[in-house]
Design a binder for this molecule. Structure first.
Ligand SMILES: [Zn+2]
Length: 387
C-alpha cells in the first residue's frame, strides 16, 4: 500500500513542474488553469485564469480548455492538487501541461501579478439562482447586470415597478430623478412609496424601498428638475434610460440628449386604461421625434392628474419597460426597437405597430444638423446649432 506522499511522488515523476517566475515571464503563452475551490479562487487568482475546481476537472475541462496541444499551466494553493490535476490532464490527452511549483501562495509571496476575479458571492448565487439557471443569463449575464447603470426618469407610476424589478434583478446602479414629495394620492399606483413616507422626498422614499429589497444595488438620487442645464451631466455614463415622464417638453429634451450621448431610451406612457412601450435605440431605430414629430395641442394631451389612470396599469407598462431594459443590457432577444407595443386593459389586448425612422427627422435624420440642448417650449421644436 502506498502513502499519500508516495502517490504524490509517483505523480510528480510523471509530470513537469515549472517555477512561477517562468510562467509569469511568458504569461500570454499559457492557458492558465486554476483547480482550487471556489472560495479560494474568489480571494484572488492569476490573471486570465480559467477556474475549474479539482473535483470537476475530468468532466469540465474539455469544454473549457479546447486545444489539447496548447501549453497549459495548472496551479492550486501549494502545488499538490495541481500535480494530480496535471497528471489527469495528461491522461485525458493534453500534451503540454505543467504544474506551477508552490502554487498561488508562492506566486503571491514572490510578488507576481494577480487579480481579484469578478465572481458572484455565495449570497448572490442564492439570490440570483433563477437567473443562473438560464444559460442566456448565467453568471456572466448576472455580473453584467450588476455592473450596469440604469437611469429612471421619475419615481412615479412607471418608475416604481421598473425600479423595483430592475433592483430585484440585480442591476447594480439605479439612478432616479424626481423632484416631488410622496403624496397620499400617489399610493394608488406608485408602489415604491408607502403611507408612512408621505411627505418625504420621492427619491429618498425610492432609495429606502430599493435598498430594503436588494443591498447589491447602488441607488443614486437626483432631487431636481430635469432641464437643459443638467440633463447632459445627469445621463452621462448610464447604459439605458427608462423614461416614465409625462410631459412632452421633457420627452423631447430626453430624446435629443440621449441621441447626443447615444444612450437607448425605453419609453413608456399611460393614459386612463391604455399604455404604450417602445425602445429608442439612437441611430439604429426611430427616435421620439420620428414617432411624434410634434406634440398634440395641450387640450388634447391631459396628464394623469387631469385624466385619471387605472391603478394597476402603470405596473404592467413599467414592468414591460424593465424587461426591455434587461434585454438591452444583456443583448437578449428582440427589443422593441422600431415597434410600438400598445396595451388596452379594458379589451385586455396587446398590439404592435411598426415605427419607422424618418429620414427627415430634425434630430436623427440624415440631414439633421447638430442639436443644441435647450429648454423646449410647448412646440418642442429642436434648437439647431447656430452657424
Ligand atoms: Zn428621429
Amino acid at each position: 500500500m502506498s502513502s499519500p506522499r508516495d502517490l504524490l511522488n509517483a505523480v510528480k515523476a510523471e509530470i513537469r513542474e515549472i517555477d512561477p517566475h517562468e510562467v509569469a515571464a511568458h504569461l500570454g503563452d499559457y492557458q492558465i488553469l486554476d483547480v482550487r475551490e471556489p472560495d479560494e479562487y474568489e480571494q484572488g487568482a492569476l490573471p486570465g485564469a480559467v477556474h475549474i475546481p479539482r473535483g470537476q476537472l475530468e468532466f469540465s475541462v474539455e469544454g473549457r480548455v479546447l486545444d489539447k496541444h496548447a501549453p497549459v499551466a495548472v496551479y492550486c494553493a501549494g502545488g499538490t492538487r495541481s500535480a494530480f490535476a496535471a497528471k489527469t490532464l495528461q491522461d485525458l490527452g493534453y500534451t503540454d501541461v505543467v504544474s506551477v511549483i508552490g502554487g498561488f501562495n508562492k506566486w503571491k509571496d514572490e510578488g507576481l501579478l494577480w487579480e481579484s476575479p469578478q465572481t458572484l458571492s455565495a449570497d448572490q448565487r442564492i439570490r440570483y439562482q433563477r437567473h443562473l439557471l438560464l444559460p442566456e443569463v448565467g453568471e456572466k449575464g448576472q455580473l453584467k447586470l450588476l455592473g450596469s447603470k440604469v437611469l429612471l426618469l421619475g419615481a412615479g407610476g412607471l418608475g416604481s415597478p421598473a425600479a423595483i424589478y430592475l433592483a430585484a434583478a440585480g442591476v447594480g446602479t439605479i439612478g432616479i430623478i424626481d423632484m416631488d414629495v410622496v403624496d397620499s394620492s400617489n399610493l394608488q399606483r406608485q408602489i415604491l412609496h408607502t403611507i408612512d413616507r408621505v411627505g418625504m422626498r420621492k427619491v429618498e422614499s425610492a432609495k429606502i424601498a430599493l435598498n430594503a429589497l436588494n443591498p447589491d444595488v447602488k441607488v443614486l438620487t437626483y432631487d431636481t428638475r430635469l432641464g437643459a442645464d443638467n440633463i447632459m451631466d445627469i445621463i452621462d455614463g448610464y447604459d439605458v434610460i427608462v423614461d416614465g415622464t409625462d410631459n412632452f417638453p421633457t420627452r423631447y429634451l430626453v430624446n435629443d440628449a440621449a441621441l447626443l450621448k447615444r444612450i437607448p431610451v425605453v419609453h413608456g406612457s399611460i393614459f386612463r386604461f391604455e399604455g404604450q412601450v417602445t425602445v429608442f435605440q439612437p441611430f439604429v431605430g426611430p427616435c421620439y421625434r420620428c414617432m411624434i414629430p410634434e406634440p398634440p395641442p395641450a387640450e388634447l394631451a391631459p396628464s394623469c392628474a387631469e385624466a385619471g389612470v387605472l391603478g394597476v396599469l402603470p405596473g404592467i407598462v413599467g414592468s414591460l419597460q424593465a424587461i426591455e431594459t434587461i434585454k438591452l443590457l444583456l443583448e437578449l432577444g428582440d427589443p422593441l426597437v422600431g415597434r410600438l407595443l400598445t396595451y388596452d386593459s379594458l379589451e385586455e389586448s396587446f398590439r404592435t405597430f411598426r415605427v419607422r425612422r424618418d429620414p427627415d427627422c430634425p434630430a436623427c435624420g440624415d440631414g439633421a444638423g447638430e442639436i443644441v440642448i435647450a429648454e423646449y417650449d410647448d412646440l418642442c421644436m429642436p434648437h439647431p446649432a447656430l452657424a
